[in-house]
Design a protein around this ligand. Sequence first.
Ligand code: HEC
Length: 122
Amino acid sequence: MLQTCNECHSLNFVTAELNKGDDMIKTTDRLLAQAIQVVAGLYKDGTLKKPESYAYPFPDLLTFHDAPTPVEQRLFVMFLKHRMRAFQGTFHANPDYALWYGWSEMVQDLSEIKRMAEEMRH
Ligand code: HEC
């Protein structure tokens, strides 16, 4: 692919641009992993019970908006809406979109998921 880009851009430029996208994926995955661990903790300590439809007592990201609890719905939005925007915005050289509609939303998702988990244990 770099050869194709190189028909018009320098290799240094496109390599740096593509690396920004890869780095964003890694960074967003770290945020998402923290959120998954928080929700997994709710299953682990019995705050959440395994739904009939789940294979394991563990958050199932592919339930989408049909996830059974608000905390898991927030996790789904973090994963499939905000994470997508963060790295796709970066690959499309759109830092404003990647930051405000992606990354910033993910940071808020994580705080909200932590807060909800705390409240659910009371
Ligand atoms: C046929 C020529 C051509 C090819 C091939 C091409 N680009 Fe571009 N690219 C352009 C042009 C022209 C612009 C500037 C568009 C503008 O400023 O409106 C641009 C803009 C960009 C920008 C935005 C730069 C900025 O500062 O806003 C990025 C990032 C980029 N290209 C990455 C790539 C990558 C990655 C590839 C390979 C997958 C690629 N381009 C292949 C012609 C090309």
